[in-house]
Each structure stands twice: as structure tokens, then as C-alpha cells.
Design a binder for this molecule. Structure first.
Ligand code: SAH
Length: 255
């Protein structure tokens, strides 16, 4: 799959592609990130990409012209590479739909997208109306640009590519993969002493009894989710992700 990123700060993306497990996705080209520096598509000698807003007020607006040229170049390149249809255009915006693991999973199985990183006050609405297929938000707070949201999306998608995580099963156990939060994890030592207090690993995890361990983990997931994010339990229930046994356990919980 490929991501074409339109950005004023391409240098923010370079270091990310050489670290961690996601590096494998870039090295083996299962995720191909192509950067399109917006300033390269600016019209005038000043390489202007923004201007003041009609109607006044503080802050600058990203101009339609350079964005249209960049998108044109991207779509020409996509056609040249034999893509049957242009990839959808995603804009990062606080006004977008909050990003979810479900959306990450569907994108991970798609041919990719054009990722548009806003800066300043945002983008001329006419470019959005004419070319943007989807607006995605990272959450209810304001960042200074769409680059971190783009990197977030690329990271979340890259770790789902086959062969990227050391253990293929590990993302199936992640938070949200079945609509629930993750269970706690423990490693050595078996007993940790903090300020004279001994903290032991839950003994069941050392029992070697896989079915009991799986049941314990599931119950931990249900407990943590019900306490911290009860709305996710409702969503999991509606999507059929909860078994009869899960429902029985939830009834025993004192929230
Ligand atoms: N005036 C805008 C904020 C602009 S911030 C508003 O109030 O909505 C500049 C750019 O940062 C935006 O165009 C967007 O691409 C990005 N951005 C900021 N916060 C974001 C968020 N929560 N999610 C996704 N993108 C965000």
C-alpha cells in the first residue's frame, strides 16, 4: 500500500521511517510513504502557500492553487504506477471523525490514501469540498499541524502489515482489536520489592494452564474496559464481540 503525504514539513517524516518495528514495513515496501513538499508546488517566486483569510481575523489559510497542483502530480504518479483508481484523500482536522482502530484496520487492508497535513488556520474550504474524501481527527485538542496525525495513522497502519511485529499474534491481543482494552502484562522478576512492599505477579500467570490464563486475561480486559470506558462495552456488545460467558462475567462485576 502507499501513502502520499502533502506537507510543508517533509523532514518530520524521515527519521520515523528508520526506527522500531514499523521500519520493516517501510523497508519491505509493504507501506510505501511518498512525501510531496507543498512548497514545491507554489506559484510565485516567494513560494507562497498561504494567505490572509477573507473576512479578516488572525491566522493564515492554505491556498487552493498549490494544493491542487500537488494533488494533480500525485494522481498522475499514481496512474503511472498502474493504480486502477486515484487513492482517497484524507485531511487531518479537529473537525474530522475521531480515528479508531476499526478505521486503522480497514485502511491497513486498502491500497492506501493521500494524507493532507494542514498548517496555520487550516485549508481553504473549497479545496476540501472539491477534493477531500474523509476528515480524520486525533482527538478533541488542537495541534499546530497535520504531520503528527499523519505519522500516527502511518504507524498504526504499518504495525498491522504482515511480518512487521515480531509475533504475528501480538496485535490480535492489543487494545481495541476486539473492541476491548488490553489486559495487564507482567515479566521478570516474579516478585518486585518497592519501598519494602512485595509486589508479586498474579500466580495464575505462572500456572502454565493456558485455558485458565486466557480466561483470566479476558476477565481483566472486561473489567478494565467496563470501569474505564463503559461505552466501549456497549459498542462491543452491539457488534457481537461479547460471548455469553463475557456477559455472565460482566454481571458479577461491581463497578
Ligand atoms: N483552526 C483550526 C485548527 C488549525 S491547526 C481549528 O480550530 O479547527 C492546523 C492543522 O493542524 C489543521 O489544519 C490540521 O491539519 C492539524 N490538526 C490540528 N489539530 C488536529 C487534530 N486534533 N486532529 C487532526 N489534525 C489536527
Amino acid at each position: 500500500m502507499r501513502f502520499d503525504v502533502i506537507t510543508l514539513f517533509p523532514e518530520l517524516f524521515a527519521p520515523f521511517q528508520s526506527v522500531g518495528v514499523t521500519r520493516r514495513a517501510f523497508e519491505n515496501k509493504s507501506v510505501d510513504v511518498r512525501l510531496w513538499p507543498l512548497r514545491d508546488f507554489a506559484e510565485d517566486t516567494y513560494r507562497r502557500v498561504d494567505d490572509r483569510a477573507y473576512g479578516g481575523g488572525p491566522g493564515m489559510v492554505m491556498l487552493v492553487e498549490p494544493l491542487t497542483k500537488a494533488l494533480g502530480a500525485i494522481q498522475a504518479d499514481q496512474a503511472l504506477q498502474g493504480l486502477p483508481a486515484p487513492l482517497p484523500v484524507i485531511l487531518f482536522s479537529p473537525a474530522g471523525k475521531p480515528l479508531t482502530q476499526a478505521r486503522v484496520q480497514s485502511l491497513a487492508q486498502s491500497p492506501g490514501a493521500v494524507l493532507l497535513c494542514g498548517r496555520y488556520e487550516g485549508i481553504d474550504q473549497r479545496f476540501i469540498d472539491a477534493h477531500v474524501d474523509e476528515e480524520i481527527s486525533l482527538g478533541d485538542y488542537v495541534l499546530s499541524g497535520g504531520e503528527l496525525p499523519a505519522l500516527t495513522l502511518i504507524d498504526a497502519v504499518a504495525r498491522l502489515q504482515p511480518g512487521v511485529l515480531n509475533d504475528a499474534a501480538s496485535h490480535q491481543q492489543d487494545s481495541f482489536s476486539d473492541g476491548l482494552l488490553d489486559c495487564p502484562h507482567y515479566s521478570r522478576p516474579e516478585v518486585l520489592t518497592v519501598d519494602g512492599v512485595e509486589m508479586a505477579v498474579p500466580p495464575l500467570l505462572m500456572s502454565g494452564h493456558h485455558a485458565h490464563i486466557a480466561k483470566w486475561r479476558r476477565e481483566q480486559q472486561l473489567t478494565i474496559t467496563a470501569r474505564r470506558r463503559p461505552e466501549l462495552i456497549e459498542i462491543a456488545r452491539q457488534s457481537g464481540a461479547l460471548s455469553k460467558e463475557d456477559e455472565r462475567f460482566l454481571k458479577t462485576l461491581l463497578l
